[in-house]
Design a protein around this ligand. Sequence first.
Ligand code: ADE
Ligand code: ZN
Length: 347
Amino acid sequence: MGTRNNFIKGLPKAELHLHIEGSLEPEQMMMFAERNSIELPYKSADEIRAAYEFSNLQEFLDIYYLGMSVLLKRQDFYDLTFAYLQRAHADNCCHVEIFFDPQGHTGRGVEFADVVEGISVALADAEKEFDMSSRLIMCFLRHLSEEDAFTTLEQAEPFLDKIHGVGLDSSEVGHPPSKFRKVFAQSRAKGLKIVAHAGEEGPPEYVWEALDLLKIDRLDHGNRSMEDEELVKRLAAERMTLTVCPLSNLKLCLVDDLKEHPLRKMLQAGLKATVNSDDPSYFGGYINDNYIQTAEALDLTQGELAELARNSFTGAFVDRIRRAELLRSLDKYVSGQDGEDFARWPR
Ligand code: ADE
Ligand code: ZN
């Protein structure tokens, strides 16, 4: 049946902006809390869900760090990750790039090895079971010091065969990319890819810093870049991929309504925007929910949806062969060669 929602559901796509700790569903939070004998300030999953009303990034982060405190053992990280991968697979995600926040765990006494190994084994299992490729990106918490980030990079050293890149997340305003210039330079020297959250709540200047000082390979969010014409030109000229997260933007009040979301304007300005879920459990939707609700609000065309999926493959940190494979599956789908008929839905 040629409806837009069916087109989205079957569309091969990659998720490039997903915090694994942000996929922790309230039911899982209760289950892990019980398993690990951790006391939560909530009595039920419904009570947890009711607390998910945010008016800015910090209000969300406070609950997000509390939520992840139920994760203690290697098995917890495995279970959390595999559950997310099953959901991503159901949404026709063929490739995922997962962020994790090691400092959110090591700061509570969890071993770095347990976090990375738990997540990595789940990624390997998904590759076997779903033919889903993946990358793991370690984020530095920007509300902590650069020295702390250096310690984390040292802890990661034995696991660099499993970690493909480094990122920057947490409270943006007051913690500009320039605060982390040295640790990103050292990460780059180790061959790691560089990404950073910038222009989510922070001003366009933070995006300039991410480009010029951190030398990012990809930009996470980047919404506020739209306030600066020169910056938009620069991002377009560099074919910089932006990992945009519409439901996150709505839930954190960056936009009042998805109808006001800048996604189409980004594409029209020549930006390589992609659609992602950020913290799906907290923001009310996984990747297809993000595509479907944004498509509905902005009345996105089949061409625009295919462009978003294409951008997710061109922006992925994969080798030439895997990229060609992913793009081929998309072309086949969009041209209808795989048997789906979207002729009744205007291109
Ligand atoms: N950590 C998890 N989600 C985040 C977001 N949307 N912005 C900054 N840090 C985060
Ligand atoms: Zn994020």
